[in-house]
Design a protein around this ligand. Structure first.
Ligand code: HEM
Length: 353
């Protein structure tokens, strides 16, 4: 399958060029831009809590591989997962926030999605508590184009910028408890996600947990009015978790049969909402919480997952957070955001070569 994209020219840098045909080229350009010596230097930075690791897409993917191993044909992160399909039906209110086609469609738009476990372990257990679940979506916006939304089951990420993420990964790769402990002590923002996850039960299903887009987006409507938001998808049937004992008794791969059983009875639905930002809400730090319960939100529509899809459909491209339709903009100064696109391109090039 051709990877379809919406090309609105809003990619944050030339490295993150959004054309499908350029995914491999993009990696090539990247390789040309980064002299080998710098790459080697980046890879050989001794893990340290104080070292300032210079991250780039290649070194981040290498660092993920150093922890989780290289697995031919598989993603370097969110490796354990599967592909699904369904639709998205926007509310009338969605158009008041954004002119993006899927928020203005009079009929449901087709969706291809992928549920996954965080990290690069192909056998990451579905019963793991301190790990995020992922929900990545391509919305079909017509003309062979898509707009993407890539979410996790926590409101925050583990690093505020690529350098901090690389230092975290290289420190974890040492398996040295003292170094790892010192890193988290020196970088308390990197502990927020795990604290958040550990305070909640293991989700009983990929379909019974909230997902967040984590980054801050700006929506623009047809009149040119802008609104800063964060995406949150809430399961229509509410959140359902397992007790620690129930989770312990589960098969490590229990989410697939669980979803099969669920879908036999009807679609797995999520309400996609936009949490409305207010002046002063942090916009460029994906480890920073918003006070969600003190913010208004607008319901954008319903994501309806109806069936499994051949994994090849999801593996034929990347779910790229920067692949977004006109009417949606990514954060201007959040360095993680464009780096994701570049790192996913590197992972894609490696898993398809
Ligand atoms: C610089 C920071 C990050 C790096 C280096 C990184 C790295 C990666 C890589 C290499 C992949 C596999 C891509 C592929 O082969 O298709 C991936 C997938 C994914 N990442 Fe990230 N990531 C980062 C930040 C984030 C953040 C902030 C989120 C939060 C929403 C996130 C959520 C996901 C999800 C849900 C997937 C799975 C997509 C799929 O199912 O194909 N990542 N990440």
């Amino acid at each position: 399958m051709e990877r379809r994209r919406f090309d609105n020219g809003s990619a944050p840098s030339s490295i993150c060029n959004n054309r499908h045909s350029n995914v491999k080229d993009r990696t090539m350009i990247f390789k040309r831009l980064v002299p080998a010596a710098i790459l080697v230097a980046a890879l050989s930075i001794p893990p340290s809590t104080s070292a300032h690791a210079e991250a780039d897409a290649e070194s981040l993917v290498d660092a993920l591989n150093a922890i989780f191993g290289k697995h031919d044909g598989l993603r370097a992160a969110h490796t354990h997962g599967f592909c699904v399909k369904g639709s998205f039906t926007p509310t009338a209110e969605a158009a008041s926030l954004s002119k993006a086609p899927h928020f203005n469609s009079k009929t449901p738009v087709n969706v291809i999605g992928r549920f996954s476990m965080g990290g690069g372990a192909p056998d990451a257990s579905n019963a793991q508590k301190d790990n995020v679940r992922g929900l990545a979506l391509h919305f079909d916006i017509g003309g062979g184009n898509t707009t993407d939304l890539v979410m996790i089951s926590a409101p925050v990420f583990v690093a505020k910028d690529p350098d901090q993420f690389l230092t975290l990964l290289t420190t974890v790769a040492t398996k040295d408890k003292d170094k790892i402990g010192a890193f988290f002590k020196a970088n308390p923002n990197a502990t927020r996600q795990a604290e958040w996850l550990n305070a909640r039960p293991v989700p009983a299903s990929y379909a019974t947990v909230n997902y967040w887009g984590v980054h801050v987006f700006t929506l623009t409507n047809a009149e040119g009015k802008k609104q800063v938001i964060k995406y949150k998808a809430l399961p229509v049937g509410g959140e359902v978790g397992l007790s620690d004992d129930e989770a312990k008794a589960k098969d490590p791969d229990f989410y697939r049969p669980e979803l099969k059983e669920r879908l036999a009875k009807g679609p797995a639905e999520f309400t996609l909402t936009a949490i409305l930002g207010e002046p002063g809400d942090p916009a460029d730090d994906p480890t920073a919480f918003w006070p969600e319960d003190q913010r208004k939100s607008v319901t954008l529509g319903t994501i309806s997952i109806t069936d499994f899809e051949d994994d090849k459909t999801c593996d034929a491209g990347i779910f790229d957070p920067t692949n977004i339709a006109d009417g949606i903009e990514g954060p201007a100064n959040d360095k993680i955001f464009p780096m994701r696109s570049a790192a996913y391109g590197v992972s894609f090039a490696r898993r398809t070569k």
